[in-house]
Design a binder for this molecule. Structure first.
Ligand code: GCO
Length: 255
């Protein structure tokens, strides 16, 4: 493996990583040599995901915590401090979806989506960056955006607002933390075959729309995002900051 993309000796925390894209990112970073810390809301799913990584020979541990709960996040990082575990790479992946016409969205549903999809990136990013700055050894923060970081689709307004915020929070993090050799970038996945999107994949009209809307004429696969994650987590991207890289089959590049 080229030293440019070698993550050996690095430790990566991936939020929302017991399944879906988060698990794909964690597995990809582990295959590039990183020790990985998983996160989820289900102890059972966490144990299953850890088992898969460990069976493959990777170093992995995990924590169940709500990424929107500041005190829970602080407890986890206090425990990592106690075990002298330094998070060098953070992927803020945790996210939920809420599909409903905006006229009908409740404040509670709006707030929950913004808390999990955007505020969490601030909370976990801030606590990780504080330690990266204190250590003076830099770091990598990768936020997960979406096509909806750039363009809106009807009925997913809270998610769209949050993902638009992710794009700009990534730039704000770069503006303040680049001086500490922390590179903050984002990945904008296109329509990917994930559990969160199952209802869309199974909808023939939506499936046709996705295939007709991107020049690659198909849904993306979770493992097609991993190379970009490893790139942004590695020294290969040390002079890249504040960028959102869209892995979307060319969707946003074409009419
Ligand atoms: C939706 C989907 C999208 C995709 C992805 C696209 O309901 O439109 O969930 O939000 O998951 O974010 O980039």
């Amino acid at each position: 493996m080229s030293p440019l993309f070698n993550l050996t000796g690095r430790t990566a925390l991936v939020t929302g990583s017991t399944r879906g894209l988060g698990f794909s990112y964690a597995l990809g970073l582990a295959e590039a040599g990183a020790s990985v810390i998983l996160n989820g809301t289900s102890a059972a799913r966490l144990e299953e995901a850890l088992g898969r990584l460990r069976e493959a020979g990777h170093r992995a541990c995990g924590y169940v915590f709500d990424v929107a709960d500041e005190s829970a996040i602080e407890q986890v990082f206090a425990e990592l401090d106690q075990h002298q575990v330094a998070v060098d790479i953070l992927i803020n992946n945790a996210g939920i979806q809420h599909r409903q016409p905006l006229l009908e969205v409740s404040l509670a549903d709006w707030q929950r989506v913004l808390d999990v999809n955007l505020t969490s990136a601030f909370l976990v990013g801030r606590i990780a960056a504080r330690r990266m700055v204190a250590r003076g050894t830099g770091g990598k923060i990768i936020n997960i955006g979406s096509l909806t970081s750039e363009a809106a689709r009807a009925t997913v307004a809270p998610y769209t607002a949050a993902k638009g915020g992710i794009k700009m929070l990534t730039k704000a993090m770069a503006a303040e933390w680049a001086a500490f050799d922390i590179q903050c970038n984002a990945i904008g996945p296109g329509y990917i075959l994930t559990e969160m999107n199952k209802a869309l994949v199974d909808n023939p009209d939506f499936d046709r729309w996705v295939k007709a809307s991107n020049p690659t004429q198909r849904w993306g696969k979770p493992d097609e995002l991993v190379g970009t994650a490893v790139y942004l987590a590695s020294q290969a991207s040390n002079y890249v900051n504040g960028q959102t890289i869209y892995v979307d089959g060319g969707w946003l590049a074409t009419l």
